[in-house]
Design a protein around this ligand. Structure first.
Ligand code: NDP
Ligand code: PYC
Length: 336
């Protein structure tokens, strides 16, 4: 059995914050990253929890992320905003852009935000929730590094390219799904390798193109998309709309830029948000109630509503804290 360490959420935050600060991140970036990874750990998203501190520090030591970047906003069009992260993590750039972005969504009914030149290591649901909290419907996606083979191929080309969607619900946690377009996130495979656990079948192939359940072999070989050609098409869409469309890198370009340093992906993120109020006016409540019927019908069949597991984990962690594998805890402590 893996030895673990129990931490309150405050202790988890402090552990991450100190490691990031001592390694040279500005207080503002260390705070944003520490909050994000603590939220991941809290919500039971271990592949995007405190484990990510290791990658953030590795990216900094490799010179692949700016420690103190200050983002700049570019007001492109009535419904299009860009924020240039200037080589820093996406998180602070997003925070800086959010108020202007929300104003644009309310004004136009729909608007898009491009985060450019950002280093991206984080789970997308964290970018969706500030929008659903404002009563907005939202969609986000980002390419990553070329790790995933297109359906029918056998060489890495696409990123793990997550797509997240959020729908606000009155008096309830929002409906949020957030999924890699690969069979699993890369971080999940890395955690299997750290824990010496075999992968489920269908996650990847080795460097000879053979199906493999060995995490190290798949990390050397290629990951597979979820749902065969359907996941592959969605992964290609993410490459396009969060790559060339917003003037930023594809996953292949990001991996080339990485120069085998093992840093987090560098490129862009696209976020689109819609205001139900502007679509529906006085009929909004009636139509949002119809959405509730849909959710109730799903639950009535015993289907799990995406996001539910995460919000339950959140409640549990807020009360009881989180448990970290001892080896990971010690690695993060050693960074401080
Ligand atoms: P999962 O496959 O674990 O989950 C994907 C989604 O499906 C979640 O919304 C989850 O809800 C939901 N879900 C899972 N099981 C069920 C079920 N049985 N019934 C209904 N819904 C279900 O996640 P992934 O491995 O695909 O991705 C993990 C994270 O990795 C994401 O947060 C993603 O943003 C992040 N990521 C980030 C990248 C980046 O470049 N920044 C790249 C790739 C991934 P719930 O959360 O409630 O379990
Ligand atoms: O887990 O695939 C992943 C990932 C890539 C970038 C951040 N997370």
């Amino acid at each position: 059995m893996t030895s673990t360490v129990k931490l309150t959420l405050v202790e988890a935050y402090q552990l991450a914050y100190q490691a990031l600060l001592r390694n040279g991140f500005s207080a503002a970036h260390a705070d944003a990253v520490a909050k994000n990874v603590t939220a991941g750990e809290r919500d039971g998203c271990h592949s995007h929890g405190l484990y990510r501190v290791l990658g953030c520090v590795r990216s900094l030591k490799a010179g692949k992320v700016a420690a103190d970047a200050e983002s700049t906003l570019i007001d492109n069009a009535p419904a299009i905003l860009r924020v240039d992260a200037q080589g820093g993590f996406s998180l602070l750039a997003y925070q800086a852009a959010l108020p202007v972005f929300i104003d644009k969504v309310r004004h136009c009914g729909i608007a898009a935000l491009a985060i450019n030149h950002c280093v991206h290591f984080s789970a997308l649901w964290a970018d969706i929730e500030p929008l659903t909290e404002q009563g907005l419907v939202a969609l986000a996606c980002t390419p990553s590094h070329a790790w995933v083979t297109p359906a029918g191929g056998n060489q890495p080309l696409f990123g793990t390219n997550p797509i997240a969607f959020g729908w606000p619900r009155q008096g309830k946690a929002p409906f949020v799904f957030d999924m890699a377009t690969s069979a699993a996130a890369r971080g999940e495979i890395e955690l299997h390798r750290r824990a010496n656990k075999p992968l489920p079948e269908g996650w990847g192939i080795d460097s000879h193109g053979q199906p493999s359940t060995d995490a190290a072999s798949v990390l050397q070989g290629a990951m597979l998309t979820f749902g065969g050609h359907k996941g592959s098409a969605l992964a290609a869409m993410v490459e396009l709309i969060a790559g060339p469309l917003i003037g930023d890198m594809t996953s292949k370009e990001s991996l080339a830029y990485d120069q085998q340093s093992g840093s987090s992906p560098y490129g862009g993120e696209l976020i689109i948000a819609m205001d139900p109020e502007r679509f529906l006016g006085a009929d909004k409540e009636m139509h949002l109630a119809r959405a509730e019927v849909l959710f109730n019908d799903m639950a009535a069949q015993g289907a799990r509503i995406p996001g539910e597991r995460r919000f339950k984990a959140r409640q549990h962690s807020e009360q009881f804290g989180v448990e970290l594998p001892l080896a990971l805890y010690e690695e993060i402590v050693a960074l401080s």
